[in-house]
Write a protein of this length. Structure first.
Length: 187
């Protein structure tokens, strides 16, 4: 009787533990391991960019090696992304940003600062059927991107958000995968 009672209590304990583990599963995936919009919501820090062509890995021509960045997706459907290259120029703080008169050296520094920083914001939507996310740009550091939609394949692997886009460069397919890890606590 005592052995049966101990076995019964052990089974209850293990069942409770398994239910607890299942309920506390990371929100990275919804039911049946499927990616959901809820699992994307939050702030993510850039940990790397993989850029490749048909012959393998390449140096990313836009962001170079070791860029830093953050991407934020909120529940109301807004998003923002900022990425900086590792080779940003150092420059003194100007007296004013709106000065109409700049020297040639100041103009070069301003151009270098512009070329080593990338940012845009807008709304976002997630398509679970195709595991794709679309950024609808409301404004961008690059004015010609305003109003553009960027669609990326999206996945979460090992707790990291991966956004992948494919494009053609000189007739060759290139893949760029930006890998992000969650920052801070989610509310």
């Amino acid at each position: 009787m005592r052995i049966a009672k101990s076995a019964f209590i052990s089974c209850l304990f293990l069942s409770g533990l398994m239910v607890s583990l299942a309920q506390s599963q990371s929100p990275e995936h919804g039911a049946a391991g499927k990616l959901t919009a809820e699992s994307i919501i939050g702030a993510w820090r850039l940990v790397g960019i993989d850029y490749s062509g048909p012959d393998g890995a390449l140096v990313d021509p836009v962001f170079g090696p070791n860029p830093q960045g953050i991407i934020i997706y909120d529940r109301s459907g807004w998003m923002s992304v900022q990425v900086v290259t590792s080779n940003r120029p150092t420059m003194a703080r100007p007296v004013t940003r709106t000065s109409g008169v700049v020297t040639a050296d100041e103009a070069k520094l301003a151009a270098a600062a512009f070329n080593t920083y990338y940012a845009y914001f807008g709304s976002w939507e997630f398509d679970a059927a195709s595991s794709a996310i679309t950024h609808h740009l409301k404004a961008s550091l690059l004015p010609y991107e305003t109003g553009v939609d960027y669609r990326r394949s999206v996945s979460i692997n090992g707790g990291r958000l991966e956004l992948t886009v494919s494009n053609q460069v000189n007739g060759e397919t290139r893949l760029r995968t930006l890998t992000w890890e969650r920052t801070g606590a989610r509310k």
